[in-house]
Design a protein around this ligand. Structure first.
Ligand code: NOJ
Length: 557
């Protein structure tokens, strides 16, 4: 067993966690001030979203210096203090590693703009499509779209060529085919490990190996291709990950690694995470968070069917049962709040549904990730006007959608459901005017519901969502069956009940969860009146059926 097989991770999006200097933006000192909170929660690993020097086009996922902290967040000395404060509490620190691309302000890219520079080949430069005048419509080298909308190629008039950017045009993709690029990145990773960092969350890591030459693919409504199969999991993917593992000493030093990977299935994840592959510890997959979209665009909303969610999660539980490892998440800085998306965030059911959704996720096999505020049952932002949004992805969608003729109200509905800003509103510490997040003016509005939903209130309430998370974390630490037990899905077609077992030797847990806002009967084989031990439940009186959003975890005698 690797040490992270019994661990629970917590993600901090530093901009929104705690502001110590009143500039309205969270910072490292803010995190240091709340270390005891993390310790009380019981987490083992902290994943810190990027704090590196950055022009902040994508809130730090556009890095201009991999070995320095942006002054917005503090200094390297603050980071050292954070690392030692965490280690003193038995918590490990995992840094975000964003190496598919850099900022266009990174000195490497600035140099690379010069065709004569030895750094030209560090990025992906290509001439215009054959027979097309550079810089004219459709002259891009391929029809690849950028994840934030628009073409994935940017024309550079000075050199007459294009560079590839799978995200914003301020995030040029690095050329991993160039061995100097790889060597430089491994050296940077070793530098962080020597500083005390315990691992890496690897941003869009299966994009680093691409298929060459860049090719046209099937187009969507905007004439561009968003087919991830053309850009993800390229032919040298395993080679690069093995090389990185070896060069940085990932397996040898037992570093925590989680790779973010779109366009994978359980078989592929197994190949990346099986111990003998010596590549990654675990993978963040996307299939389960794509079920509520109707097309390749996340803004095309579709209703989520519980049966599909169960089957998707189960496919990874089964696929990684004997080899490989799961990263378990429902929420992060790119996804809406899970209680609003999977639960019912109305006042009547918010607490119960946040607990039940959490119970379900935390009883699966894998390493669970809690995103800041999820442990409070924080909800979507509830923004109603486009001026409230800040996210580059959301704003680019809105502009393009509205100029293509989509009614503004429809675009706003899509944003209110799917915008990344839903999860980026400030952490709710208390009922004060800015939720205890800042003494200044927050960069993104505080959710008015912080008056009810906040750390101070929930810490003192044994029935709060927060108290429930503490119990779930404890359960994972204490029970080997939660860490290792074999998963089996029950009632796969049921659209209200999410039920499964976990078994290890003679020990067996049964999880019964009502994922709906109506009461439900339990089939007789799942009614354990007196003959099972109730380890954890969301409601106090145990009827034979389940109340709306009620869940229970039983241990069978
Ligand atoms: C995934 C990150 O989680 C997201 O926030 C970012 O915009 C993209 N990768 C690009 O780095």
């Amino acid at each position: 067993m690797a040490w992270w097989h019994s661990a629970v991770a917590y993600q901090i999006y530093p901009r929104s966690f705690a502001d110590s200097n009143g500039d309205g933006i969270g910072d490292l000192r803010g995190i240091i001030n709340h270390l005891d909170y993390l310790s009380q929660l019981g987490i083992d690993v902290l994943w810190l979203a990027p704090v590196y020097s950055s022009p902040m086009v994508d809130n730090g996922y556009d890095i201009a210096d991999y070995c320095d902290v942006d002054p917005l967040f503090g200094t390297l000395a603050d980071l050292d203090e954070l690392i030692s404060g965490l280690h003193a509490r038995g918590i490990r620190l995992v840094m975000d590693l964003v190496v598919n691309h850099t900022s266009d302000q990174h000195p490497w890219f600035i140099e690379s703009r010069n065709p004569a520079s030895p750094k030209r080949d560090w990025y992906i430069w290509r001439p215009a499509r054959r027979g097309h005048e550079p810089g004219t419509p459709q002259a891009e080298p391929s029809n690849a779209g950028s994840a934030f909308g628009g073409p994935g190629w940017e024309y550079d008039p000075a050199s007459g060529e294009y560079y590839l950017h799978l995200f914003s045009r301020h995030q040029p993709d690095l050329n991993w085919e160039n061995p100097e690029v790889r060597a430089e990145i491994y050296q940077m990773m070793r530098w962080w490990v020597d500083r005390g960092v315990d691992g890496f969350r690897m941003d869009v890591i299966n994009l680093i190996s691409k298929t060459y030459p860049p090719q046209d693919g099937p187009v969507g409504p905007d004439g561009l291709c968003y087919d991830a199969a053309l850009v993800a999991n390229g032919p040298r993917m395993h080679e690069f990950l093995k090389e990185m593992n070896r060069e940085v000493g990932i397996s040898e030093r037992e570093l925590f690694t989680v790779g973010e990977m779109g366009n994978v299935d359980a078989g592929l994840v197994r190949s990346y995470t099986a111990e003998q592959s010596a590549e990654l510890g675990m993978v963040f997959t996307f299939e389960h968070v794509l079920l509520d979209q109707a097309s390749a665009l996340k803004w095309d909303l579709a209703e989520l069917k519980l049966s599909r969610l169960k089957k998707t999660l189960a496919s990874y539980q089964y696929g990684l049962a004997d080899e490989g490892w799961n990263a378990l998440y429902l929420e992060n800085h790119d996804q809406p709040r899970s209680v609003s998306r999977f639960g019912d965030d109305s006042p009547q059911f918010r607490v119960a549904s946040a607990k039940t959704v959490a119970t379900t996720l935390h009883l699966l096999k894998g390493t669970p990730f809690v995103y800041q505020g999820q442990e409070l049952g924080m909800t979507n932002a509830g923004f109603t006007s486009v001026e409230q949004y800040q996210d580059v992805d959301s704003l680019s969608f809105y502009q393009q959608a509205v100029s293509a003729g989509l009614p503004a109200e429809t675009a706003l509905v899509a944003l209110s459901v799917k915008s990344r800003d839903n999860a980026r509103t400030p952490m709710q510490w208390d009922a004060d005017s800015q939720a205890g997040f800042t003494t200044g003016f927050p960069w993104l509005p505080v959710n008015p519901n912080h008056v009810q939903i906040n750390v101070a209130t929930e810490l003192s309430d044994p029935d709060s969502v927060l108290s429930h998370y503490r119990k779930l974390i404890e359960l994972r630490h204490n029970l080997v069956v939660v860490q290792q037990g074999r998963f089996e899905l029950l009632l796969p077609e049921d659209e209200q009940l999410f039920c499964f077992t976990r078994s290890l030797g003679s020990e067996r847990l049964v999880v019964v969860a009502n994922w709906s806002s109506n009461p439900v009967d339990l089939p007789s084989e799942l009614q354990f009146a007196a003959d099972a031990e109730l380890l954890l439940g969301t409601h106090s009186d145990a009827e034979l059926g389940l109340a709306a959003w009620e869940s229970r975890v039983y241990r069978l005698a």
